[in-house]
Design a protein around this ligand. Structure first.
Ligand SMILES: [Zn+2]
Ligand SMILES: [Zn+2]
Length: 136
């Protein structure tokens, strides 16, 4: 993918653009992602921080993840939408939430992670690799 991609939050205050191929994509079913999204999982992909420009006021809520490393979940302080998060374990990348893209049609999660806490009504793609915790 060489085209510039863009996305943003629900109210439009926070916007981002990047020009990079996603390095990793997944749906995370951990309890923290479920609480943070209010849904079955968080679906995201990684892009190098150096290739993504984020504009607008943006905040992070930091919490230790299941594996003892800090997860900084970002959100627009005006509308609460999350567009990117950061992981202490992978300091050079942003995790971009796939549904925040202006054109989300090309994004596909490549694996399901932390499926040990997946909700019983969650419909996961049986063709995707599954990890009970993080990918090993
Ligand atoms: Zn917003
Ligand atoms: Zn998670």
């Amino acid at each position: 993918m060489q085209n510039e991609q863009s996305g943003g939050c629900l109210c439009g205050e926070v916007r981002y653009t990047f020009k990079a191929d996603p390095a990793l994509s997944f749906s995370c079913h951990c309890r923290d992602c479920q609480r943070a999204t209010g849904s079955v999982c968080a679906s995201a992909f990684a892009v190098p921080k150096s290739s993504l420009q984020l504009s607008g006021e943006y905040k992070y809520f930091n919490k230790l993840g299941d594996e003892g490393r800090e997860v900084s979940r970002g959100f627009c302080p005006n509308c609460g939408s999350r567009v990117v998060s950061m992981l202490e374990a992978f300091p050079d990348v942003y995790l971009v939430y796939g549904a925040s893209l202006d054109d989300p049609s090309w994004f596909r999660p490549a694996m399901n992670i932390f499926t040990a806490s997946a909700l019983p009504w969650d419909c996961m793609d049986p063709a995707l690799p599954k990890f009970e915790r993080g990918p090993s």
